[in-house]
Design a protein around this ligand. Structure first.
Ligand SMILES: Nc1ncnc2c1ncn2[C@@H]1O[C@H](COP(=O)(O)OP(=O)(O)OP(=O)(O)O)[C@@H](O)[C@H]1O
Ligand SMILES: [Mg+2]
Length: 499
């Protein structure tokens, strides 16, 4: 790899957003057939650098070279013309179309009469997928396949349309372990076939497994570029954070003891809750000050369960009681008033990206804040305290949430609920997209809330997250609770095994 001439070079890239210096003279290069990972804290500048490379943003300063020749990218189309494509988290595939149509979206092969040549399209789509190492029924509608497959199809589409460089920004954050494994294999296969991949992730194990080289950004600066084979996870963490730390040691390295819950009174009772095709006969109790983890793979029904308890969805059967009182179903307003808080797993749905941070925080508490008669200024002050507490950066409550990096947006979603602690906090994938340091901060906040008597449900598909905080763990699979761990030793493998 080292002798190879870079396909793409970025030199001295600088980018500011108003007062924020997002990239400070960053150098980056990419070789043919290489997987180059970028890691760094939330807000370090990873996505900004990639948006520059994908033609979304213009740098304020710096040069870009393609095979040694200077290039300028004025738009995403410019980048695509150079063979640089970004796989976005909001995929552009069309679930109602067949797999083959998705692969050839907008450029279907046609017969001499000018109509779509279905036979050829199916055959070519099939061949394209086989070349990438997986086989799907290309005549099936994409919606019949799970989300992880949609992403593979999107990648196949981009590759068959001629992309040479593929940018993936946190591609596995919504995938199951199996889907993640398949994606990593595909990334390696793409590299073997001569494509170059830029891979951004907070999951350092994945990064170490898939990358040839790893670049660390911190605070807009390039800190290091290292061959993956010559570094370790601990070294990466200290480079990312700029200090020596070792988080999550226990859960990552094996087992945790899930301790018996203190005999506090039950705050939330869920009884025989069912929703057609989502979850079935779910029953559990949550005590004051308890952190209950609900672990499951994507699609196991655990996210849906959280939504139903909070009232985003109605359930078909069963009951929920808060402090012994039946909780009306299907009303988030009544749930919030009764003292239930909720963080949704997809932050784009849970936040108003165009609105300032402080409004995103106060909107969740409209009743309470007007009850306390907070003025606009007080709203800002309260928001300031909340975002300082969870470490949102930049910590200016007047900024629109959409200007924050992905992980910092997620922190705002949590910050909402530290202002006036609820009785019950349902946090669905609370640390998604967060760097190692931020994850630890958020888990600490959850522990603090629980010490103050808040009953917490952490719903997650990341075993580490559940193992790191929960005192009681339920595992869901195919809509049902299939395991219940309390007062026993639990390992990551045990969770994966049950799920
Ligand atoms: N459109 C924008 N307007 C204003 N500031 C922005 C904009 N996009 C990014 N920023 C700021 O630039 C900095 C870098 O953000 P970026 O999204 O590149 O971080 P990141 O490394 O991708 O973080 P994460 O891991 O959280 O996704 C952050 O301080 C962010 O708030
Ligand atoms: Mg980002």
């Amino acid at each position: 790899m080292a002798e190879r001439r870079p396909l793409l070079e970025l030199k001295n890239i600088d980018k500011r957003f108003g007062g924020i210096h997002a990239l400070k003279g960053v150098d980056f290069d990419l070789c043919p057939g290489e997987v180059h990972a970028i890691v760094g804290e939330n807000g370090a500048g990873k996505s900004t650098l990639m948006r520059i490379l994908a033609g979304v943003y213009r740098p304020d300063r710096g040069e870009m070279y393609w095979e040694g020749r200077p290039i300028q990218l004025h738009s995403p189309k410019d980048a695509l013309d150079h063979g640089i494509a970004m796989i976005h988290q909001e995929l552009s595939v069309m679930p109602v179309l067949t797999v083959a149509e998705n692969i050839f979206l907008g450029r279907q092969p046609t017969t001499s009469a000018g109509i779509v040549d279905w036979k050829r399209m199916f055959a070519e789509a099939d061949a394209a997928l086989k070349r990438l190492g997986f086989s799907l029924d290309v005549r099936k509608r994409l919606e019949e396949y799970p989300l992880g497959v949609h992403q593979l199809v999107e990648i196949a589409r981009v590759i068959t349309s001629g992309a040479q460089v593929l940018i993936m920004d946190e591609p596995t954050s919504a995938l199951s372990p199996k889907e993640t494994e398949r994606l990593l294999e595909l990334v390696r296969e793409l590299a073997r076939q001569g494509h170059s991949v830029i891979y951004i992730s907070h999951f350092l194990e994945e990064v170490m497994q898939v990358a040839d080289r790893i670049t660390v950004l911190r605070n807009g600066e390039k800190i290091a570029t290292l061959p993956a084979a010559e570094t370790s996870k601990d070294e990466l963490i200290s480079l990312i954070l700029g200090k020596e730390v070792s988080f999550f040691k226990e859960p990552y390295e094996g087992k945790v003891v899930v301790e018996e819950t203190e005999p506090h009174e039950v705050v939330l009772s869920v009884r025989h809750l069912s929703k057609h095709r989502m979850f079935e006969d779910v029953t559990f109790d949550l005590r004051r000050g308890e952190i209950l983890g609900i672990y499951g793979l994507v699609g196991s029904g655990h996210f849906e369960l959280g939504k139903a308890i909070f009232g985003l969805w109605e359930y078909d059967e069963g009951e929920v009681f808060l402090d012994g009182q039946p909780l009306p179903k299907g009303s988030t307003r009544e749930s919030i008033d009764a003292g239930i808080a909720y963080v949704i797993e997809s932050r784009k749905q849970g936040l108003f990206l165009d609105a300032p941070i402080y409004q995103n925080i106060s909107l969740a508490h409209l009743n309470r804040i007007t009850g306390f008669i907070l003025s606009g200024n007080q709203e800002v002050t309260v928001a300031q305290q909340a975002i300082d507490r969870v470490g949102v950066r930049p910590n200016n409550p007047l900024l629109p949430v959409g200007n924050l990096s992905g992980g910092n947006q997620q922190k705002v979603a949590i910050a909402r609920w530290v202002v006036f602690p609820p009785k019950v906090f349902i946090a669905s994938e609370p640390t998604r997209g967060m760097d190692v340091g931020a994850k630890e901060e958020v888990l600490k906040i959850l522990r603090e809330l629980s010490d103050n008597g808040v009953g917490i449900i952490v719903i997650s598909s990341e075993p580490e997250t559940v193992l790191a905080v929960a005192e009681h763990i339920l595992v869901m699979s195919k809509g049902r609770i299939v395991a219940d761990f309390e007062d026993v030793e639990v390992t990551k493998d045990m969770l994966l095994d049950k799920a």
